[in-house]
Design a protein around this ligand. Structure first.
Ligand SMILES: [Mg+2]
Length: 220
């Protein structure tokens, strides 16, 4: 599926790629509606009915990932609520062995995420994955989400990676499509981003269920 000899730079998404999306799904689809319902004297069903179209309308925009934005919109302390259930943050199976194997190669490895800086730091604090990366790239610092060409142009201008020898692994088809339009050569989709849900079947990009399928060859 992947010729590692052709890869110099590896770009890895965080939520749903390295970390179990169950945390984020539970947080936005259950925990936030619960707290919103309590605060506004609504039933849980009413809160969900109000929140779901609101979340849907912001998908793919940087605000969608912005804890400050949602804190203001919903009048809730979103970062505080995340910290409350941070025990649910978890690394997906075989991610640590994949990152350890990558570390023994000469590839440049970046974490590239749309997550808000507060969410990112909470997750790095909980998972201790930070040392595996040459650098952590947060799209908020560029002002554009990974779905936008402007993000890719700014990121490449900063890091100077070669598109034809770059691998991007992400669970979002919208992000993979944007990376493809920009010219990133090697694209892989994670088809089981949430450990509690069944794998999603898609033929648009080469897909893996977990990282055992693309382990880099051992150099020892
Ligand atoms: Mg993701």
């Amino acid at each position: 599926m992947l010729n590692w000899n052709k890869i110099n730079t590896v770009l890895l998404d965080m939520d749903g790629t390295l970390l179990d999306l169950n945390f984020d799904n539970h947080f936005w689809l259950e925990f936030v509606p619960q707290r919103y319902a309590q605060k506004n004297q609504l039933s849980l069903a009413e809160a969900k009915q109000f929140l779901q179209p609101l979340f849907k309308s912001m998908e793919g925009r940087l605000e969608w990932y912005c804890l400050d934005y949602w804190s203001r919109q919903l009048n809730l302390d979103i970062a505080g609520l995340k910290a409350e259930i941070s025990g649910l943050i978890d690394i997906l199976p075989h991610v640590t062995e994949f990152l350890t194997a990558l570390q023994q190669t000469d590839k440049r490895v970046f974490l590239v995420t749309n997550a808000h800086p507060d969410s990112l730091s909470l997750k790095m604090e909980k998972t201790c994955l930070q040392p595996f990366f040459k650098q952590i790239i947060c799209s908020h610092n560029f002002g554009f989400a990974k779905e936008h060409q402007a993000f890719w142009a700014a990121f490449q201008a900063q890091q100077g990676f070669a598109k034809q020898s770059t691998l991007m692994v992400d669970d979002s088809l919208a992000v993979l499509r944007a990376a493809q339009s920009f010219g990133i050569e090697h694209l892989i989709n994670i088809n089981k981003p949430d450990s509690q849900k069944v794998a999603k079947i898609t033929n648009e990009f080469p897909a893996i269920t977990d990282f055992r399928e693309i382990m880099p060859p051992s150099t020892t």
